[in-house]
Design a protein around this ligand. Structure first.
Ligand code: FEO
Length: 404
């Protein structure tokens, strides 16, 4: 059944029927500079099941891929592992088109789908220990709350030893290839790290719980099929991504310092460079991130495996500079852990920014090593030496807190 969009075989009886979004660059505030995919999967067992759907704009593409391997009207079950609209957005159209016998979701998923779509269709609630008999294959379910939303669950296809892991183990990466082992390793690892940092970092304790739960089930894993990005199908790749999740969830600090700042007339920028020099002199690895040139989502990617957060802002209208306020709001929400840090900034007369940044760092649980460092107008050599000393003091504090 050749179609304009075709399904891709994942393994016997399992097909990828999702969509590649090459154009998306803003994923609720996350710069998806390599696009993304919305992965849906079709299980062609005796009874046919669709696992998740795609973002609404791609519903026709998904239906075309399904129709390339089976009459969509034969789909008996639609499983919604996660109700966020990038995966459930096409559910109403799909249900209207295929009229499945059952739609299955977790208890929280059933509530969320009801509140999103206000559909008449009943949703069958499934949870830990429940399974779905597909005749010659069996799907089992496990809830993984807050990985990424309260409703999140995973589905396991016993006969294929395949985990449909929804957002977990995914990444925002558009590609023509469907499998991780077909892609550039550096790109893959960077995008997986960026995805964890921006989507899951603040949920690390739930990631630990999910890893423990899945580990306790002792399920053999030949394939891990997430809802975004490539599918993991080699032993090495599955070992890498699961170990990376355990490491990222720990957020053990390293000897890398992230210096984030913006500047108005160049003074806070000069201070930032002097702080960075002090950090380097103290033996730290440094990522200097001017917000005029960096995106917030790249800042938190660097922070995921860092040991220090140092932030600088000029004072403007008695406030933080807007780009610094933006990135600090974003960082605070993602709750990085195990950081030391400090605040600095230039001012003209009132000087709130460095003090406000310092207070924010303390509120976020960052261990500050010095009072906020403010410089009136333009730093002279003595002020720049103070900035260097701030960097060196933070590097020294990192030595007692870091693992590598
Ligand atoms: Fe990809 Fe939480 O949705």
């Amino acid at each position: 059944m050749e179609r304009s969009c075709n399904a891709v075989k994942v393994t016997d009886n399992v097909y990828w029927v999702g969509a590649v979004d090459w154009a998306v660059r803003n994923f609720h505030g996350y710069l998806t500079h390599r696009g993304t995919t919305y992965n849906a999967y079709l299980v062609l067992a005796d009874k046919v099941a669709l696992i998740d759907t795609v973002k609404p704009a791609f519903a026709d593409e998904m239906m075309s891929r399904i129709a390339s391997v089976v009459d969509p009207g034969t789909i008996q079950y639609v499983v919604s592992n996660h109700s966020e609209m990038d995966h459930s957005g096409s559910l109403p159209q799909t249900v209207a088109a295929v009229r499945p016998e059952q739609i299955l979701a977790s208890k929280q998923g059933a509530k969320a789908l009801g509140r999103h779509f206000h559909m008449d269709s009943e949703i069958t609630v499934v949870g830990d220990g429940d399974s779905l008999d597909l005749g010659n294959m069996t799907l089992a379910f496990a809830t993984t709350p807050m990985c990424h939303w309260p409703d999140s669950m995973v589905s396991y296809l016993h006969e294929a030893e395949l985990l449909f892991s929804q957002d977990a183990f995914g990444m925002h990466l558009a590609s023509g290839e469907r499998f991780a082992d077909e892609l550039d390793r550096h790109v893959l690892e960077h995008e997986a790290t960026k995805y964890y940092a921006n989507i899951l970092m603040h949920l690390s304790k739930f990631i630990h719980k999910a890893l423990d739960k899945l580990g306790g089930l002792n399920l053999p894993l030949k394939i891990v099929a997430p809802d975004h990005g490539p599918i993991w199908r080699t032993e090495e790749d599955i070992a890498w991504i699961t170990a990376a999740y355990a490491r990222w969830a720990d957020q053990a600090p390293t000897h890398k310092a992230v210096v984030v700042y913006d500047t108005m007339w160049g003074s806070t920028g000069r201070m930032a460079r002097a702080v960075a020099d002090g950090l380097i002199a103290g033996g730290a690895k440094v990522r200097l991130m001017p917000m005029g040139a960096c995106h917030r989502s790249d800042v938190v990617t660097e922070l995921l495996e860092a040991g220090a957060l140092v932030v600088g802002s000029p004072t403007m209208n008695n406030q933080l500079f807007p780009a610094v306020a933006d990135v600090m709001t974003y960082i605070k929400g993602l709750r990085p852990k195990n950081l030391v840090g400090g605040a600095f900034g230039s001012y003209g007369w009132s000087g709130e920014a460095a003090r406000d940044l310092h207070a924010m760092l303390v509120e976020m649980g960052v261990r500050t090593v010095a009072e906020p460092l403010g410089v009136c107008y333009v730093p002279d050599e003595a002020a720049l030496v103070e900035c260097h000393q701030l960097g060196a003091a933070i590097a020294e504090a990192m030595k007692t807190d870091t693992t590598s």
